[in-house]
Ligand binder design. Structure first.
Ligand code: SF4
Length: 76
């Protein structure tokens, strides 16, 4: 999310995602972002997360959202 640019902010420095994109012809078992994600957990490597509705306009497929929901915290 930190690599998404905002409008009208000339001083903004975008934060690149480290590593290289995955091989789309050889997709991993778990989340395709796991090797490059600072928040990756063991489950991220083993299993891809299902899409989860955050609100009427947003959805995510990230284990962090599931973990937060299970702990009663915010979902996004
Ligand atoms: S599921 Fe979420 S926390 Fe896990 S690797 Fe993917 S983006 Fe990161």
């Amino acid at each position: 999310m930190r690599s998404i640019p905002t409008v009208n902010n000339d001083d903004e420095r975008l934060e690149p995602i480290s590593g290289t994109p995955i091989d789309l012809l050889n997709m991993p078992t778990g989340c395709p972002f796991a090797p490059r994600c600072d928040a990756a957990m063991k489950i991220c490597i083993k299993q891809n997360c299902q899409r989860m509705e955050i609100n009427e306009n947003h959805a995510a497929a990230c284990w962090v959202n599931v973990k937060n929901a299970m702990e009663g915290g915010e979902e996004a």
